[in-house]
Design a protein around this ligand. Sequence first.
Ligand code: SAH
Length: 350
Amino acid sequence: MNTKQDIRALSKTELRAFFVSKGFPAFRGNQVYAWLWGKAVYNFDDMTNLSKDLRQFLEANFVINHIKVDTLQRANDGTIKNAIKLHDGLIVESVLIPTKNRTTACVSSQVGCSLNCHFCATARLKKMRNLNPDEIYDQVVAINRQSELYHQRKLSNIVFMGMGEPLLNYKNVLAAIDKITSDEGLAMAPKRITLSTVGLPKMIKKLADDNVKFNLAVSLHAAIDSIRSKMMPINEVSPIADLLESLQYWHAKTKRRITFEYVVWQGINDDQKSVDALVNLCKKIPVKVNLIEYNAIDDGPFQKASKKALDNYVKCLEDNNIVVNVRHSRGQDIDAACGQLANKTVGSVQ
Ligand code: SAH
């Protein structure tokens, strides 16, 4: 068991104070911080503007816990799914999703998930723990490097739509986003980041109070309580009225439009009553709707709705001037699509 402290748990101020306490100039703290975050090196020996003695001193006192890409699978459409090994051996998944003009990283925020949405493969994994800020940051770094290698361009967007519920790991997710957006980190614009949540009203209000600058997506999937509760047990605790109230609060504070993610299932929410309920809800708050194609999960009882049912949703939403996109899934042949992340490696490792 390694008992040395993880150096990335220290803030820049703490690093500077550490160096001063050991008789070094404080600016060494800034140098090390830049190596750890801006350049994301995982070895003290790579910190080439430090003397060998200083590097050895750091090595004697600290470790740099970091992720490792354990397996990498490439789908026919260019999507890359990574099984990421954490320093304690647990695995999460991160996905690179290329489109014509963008490369998006889909990152995980927890190992497993506690929310038990009945249609989601991740729900079948027990929640083991929250990811640390550096473990979230490292996923973005790894995917950015893959984007440069495989697509000759930098990562353009980040979505927190991998494993876990980001708002149940609030502090660490916000700390990671802070690093991702800071000039000393990856300097990505917050408007290119979207946090997707099952919809926890208290935490959505907290996001608004904390004045965050990234986008918010809510996994709605049904605008009728009885249907939503059937698919997402969290709705029993936080019904749609409470969710709506928190989203109105968010919008009043941030002035930013929310995205509803919505899957249409056969025999569940493909009827006119469900469509009308969604249209009514959308009239109460500025939103955009992403209709997501359902990805079948192993022995799941649900089926995706017919094209006709989907077209009806699109038509009714558009007739009411509500912005709607249909999102076809990517990376399905390697189980990398929404809701398919369950630490299952198929096919060959490329
Ligand atoms: N916990 C967060 C983020 C993870 S899920 C949340 O719930 O938003 C990312 C998105 O994939 C969510 O909208 C989720 O509802 C959706 N999803 C889960 N399982 C799916 C499946 N089998 N097919 C399509 N989308 C799915």
